[in-house]
Design a protein around this ligand. Sequence first.
Ligand code: CMC
Length: 385
Amino acid sequence: MAPHDLSSFDLTDKPHINLGLDGIVAFSTKKSFIDGQKGELIYAGYNIDTLAEHATFEEVCFLLWNDRLPTQAELESLQQALLAERTLPKAVIEFIQSCDKDAEPMGVLRSAVSMLSEHDGHDIADTQAATISMTAKMPAMIAAFDRVRRGLEIISPLSNGSTAENFLYMLNGEAPGEAAIKTMDLCLILHAEHGMNASTFVARSIASTMSDIYSAVTGAIGSLKGPLHGGANTAVMNMLLEMQAKGEGLDPVEEVKGKLARKEKIMGFGHRVYKTLDPRAVHLQKMSKQLSEETGHMKLYEWSVAMLETMKSEKNIDANVDFFSATVYYSIGIQPDLYTCIFAMSRVSGWTAHFMEQSDNNRLIRPRALYIADKNLDWTPIEQR
Ligand code: CMC
């Protein structure tokens, strides 16, 4: 029997099951709106295209946390607060140094964020302080782990500059160029918030038990890590690199058709809500094209476009945010297994915004499951089983 075939069970109260909570509206929110038919994404009133053109990541953080744009003074005050929280506690640095070189970066990030609840110097119940601290420290954690595993010294954070600039500086140990900073900042803006995705649902569920925000972000990182969610960007890059290893003559159209024939999923495609091109992918494709031209990685970009067209014609499935973000990060020299960490260091803004929104109007999240096994079986002694 298929795992979800309920035909032979007595459904006493005949519930309707929405697998994957598909279509269930469980909350109201001011944080974001998605029109999956039109391909529209709005953060707290502002279209993602408007934010991509005008905002900085820090402005987006303020917007998500306060449901309005900051004044100049408020933005400067937020930037100062983030700057003041960039340095990692000694215990977190020691933990990162103790990690195996082959450890999954998302696992390291999850554990390091979890450690902050004990080593941050803030009261665990001070949600605002913890929010600033995690947003400021996650880039430093990712950069520190990448340097340690490459046998390099951990770099101290910049005492000025944006989140994007500081991350690239701490990763590479040299001042990033304007174009790289702008690319990273735009990626952070595009990944900051996205409705009731799996990791945000985890964060809200943890908030609903009146647990702390460090736990919520730790849980959300664990959820984001999976390849059906944020882990897809790393999976996309690995797929493209595997294709490249087969030789320049590879036909990406046949590659996609072959995968579909074998019922394999193509990472970076499909979405529960979007039934058209993800509006974030539009910006990322533009960036990917431009960077690929600049860095001479045109082959991977051209293959990506051929894959996009083939998925559309074969399955009518569009690319999501993860597809072109992979080649964007690749073009600026970032290791593929860090891509999901970059997603996390942006999405922490959305997770924490939802934690606060849930806490302000809380009801314990507690759905139900339909029991489909036997009841009241006789006990069998262990030697008779
Ligand atoms: N490649 C091939 N076929 C696909 C894909 C794909 N990437 N995505 C969906 N389909 C097919 C799927 O096989 C199914 O076909 P059929 O009806 O013939 O069985 C149909 O489309 C519906 O797919 P589904 O898996 O039932 O859709 P879902 O809403 O449950 O899942 C998804 C959404 C994102 C998990 C899925 O599209 C997927 O696995 N995509 C690949 C992983 C990925 O890129 N994830 C990132 C999601 S967006 C960013 C984020 O959330 O982090």
